[in-house]
Write a protein that binds this ligand. Structure first.
Ligand SMILES: Cc1cc2nc3c(=O)[nH]c(=O)nc-3n(C[C@H](O)[C@H](O)[C@H](O)COP(=O)(O)OP(=O)(O)OC[C@H]3O[C@@H](n4cnc5c(N)ncnc54)[C@H](O)[C@@H]3O)c2cc1C
Length: 376
């Protein structure tokens, strides 16, 4: 029985924490290095597709997530003005039976906390911002902004869309700004004074949309996220807080249900929407990129974190029983097996027509990263 690798993971986001948990299950020692000094509970929701739930179930999180999240009957797609149903993507028991796992709607902070709960806290080193990476010596040497240096057998860089590891390995290249911003917030449902916003609805406008859903099992908290062009938006000087009045003005003329949800919203965050084309290279020797570091996508299929979580399961399967001299080949195998699926997801998401009309979702939700065949 091999002793297990010593794996350094950069970034304690969804992908980094899922990787840490999955690699520990596969018998490896992990240390996670996160730039943030502490984790903040950003007011945001996250859809956990059945495909992500397969992985999370394997990591032991199913009961916790079912208890803490909302179980929608469908993802309904409606016309911005008339409210006409364009396509009702059915979830609930029907999808659960078909895909073998539930579709859940969560508070992003709850999913993050759940993932954090299965990685011992002493393995998560905060205030560690990666600034350098070197494979010249024995193992991979990482340098952090706090002055610390560590060496590992293998490195998983899950450091997000602006990945430093990606830049060091393959060159600086900014992600592409789509020209659009997302406003999002979570607030108590009581602010809606009894109004039922539905289970999960995407309201499709001509050049903008808004998605809304509860994030708690008892519907006590609700969430929405938009995508809209914002003339004059300046990437350099943008503020993470959005202006509620600007947001409401951007959705004037939308269906009264949308107006109601926006009127009740106390405050809102915003962020620019960025993406990349599918990358050819994810791996260099004993360093592998994972999650948004290698396949950032628009959020229009709600699959970005799901892809990072799937990556973690496949990566851990590829590293099962591997010793240091086999890491590079195992990482290359991981990348070969993940790239077609994540590239398809990036390009499908970019088109922003998921659910706009009759859509066959089987290829997305029917994938189980623990059992899918991995080619040699
Ligand atoms: C508006 C919006 C809505 C979305 N909705 C959904 C959804 O419903 N469902 C879904 O599946 N996905 C959704 N996504 C996508 C999802 O948020 C991302 O795909 C996911 O967070 C990627 O996880 P990650 O771990 O790869 O990266 P991140 O979550 O970005 O985590 C990266 C981590 O690395 C840390 N880090 C960065 N640089 C360094 C460094 N140099 N050194 C150390 N640490 C570093 C960061 O602080 C962070 O903690 C949405 C995205 C957006 C923008």
């Amino acid at each position: 029985m091999p002793a297990g690798l010593n794996v350094a993971i950069i970034g304690a986001g969804m992908g980094g924490l899922a990787s840490a948990a999955a690699l520990r299950k596969a018998g490896h020692a992990v240390a996670v290095y996160e730039q943030a000094r502490q984790f903040t509970r950003l007011g945001a929701g996250i859809q956990i597709g059945c495909n992500a739930m397969h992985v999370l179930r394997g990591l032991g999180l199913e009961d916790r997530l079912r208890a803490e999240t909302f179980y929608p009957r469908s993802w309904n797609n409606r016309d911005w003005r008339t409210g006409e149903v364009m396509f009702d993507m059915v979830f609930g028991a029907e999808a659960e039976q078909k895909y073998g796992a539930p579709y859940l709607l969560a508070h992003r902070g709850d999913l993050h906390a759940a993932l954090h709960s299965i990685v011992p806290d002493e393995l998560v080193h905060r205030d560690h911002r990666l600034v350098g990476l070197d494979q010249a010596g024995d193992g991979v040497t990482l340098t952090f902004a706090n002055g610390r240096t560590v060496t590992a057998d293998a490195v998983v860089a899950a450091d997000g869309v602006n990945s430093v590891a990606r830049a060091v390995l393959f060159g600086e290249e900014e992600p592409r700004f789509t020209g659009r911003v997302a406003y999002r917030t979570v607030y108590p449902a009581e602010r809606l004074a009894g109004f039922d916003m539905g289970d999960c609805t995407k309201w499709w406008g001509e050049d903008r949309h808004i998605v809304m859903y509860p994030v708690k099992a008892d519907r006590s908290e609700v969430y929405f996220v938009t995508s809209q062009p914002e003339p004059g938006f300046n990437l350099e000087s943008w503020s993470a807080m959005g202006d509620v009045k600007t947001l409401r003005a951007a959705f004037e003329g939308f269906h009264p249900d949308v107006q109601r949800v926006l009127a009740a919203c106390p405050d809102v965050h915003k962020r620019p929407l960025v993406e990349r084309d599918p990358l050819e290279r994810w791996v260099e020797g004993n360093v592998a990129l994972l999650g948004d570091a290698c396949h950032p996508m628009t959020p229009y299929m709600a699959q970005g974190a799901a892809m990072a979580i799937e990556d973690a399961a496949i990566l851990s399967r590829c590293l099962q029983g591997i010793e240091r001299d086999g890491v590079a080949a195992a990482f290359a195998r991981y990348a070969r097996n993940r790239q077609p699926r994540t590239a398809k997801m990036q390009l499908t998401s970019r088109a922003n027509d998921w659910g706009k009309s009759a859509t066959d979702p089987d290829w997305v939700y029917g994938y189980n990263a623990w059992t899918t065949a991995i080619s040699a």
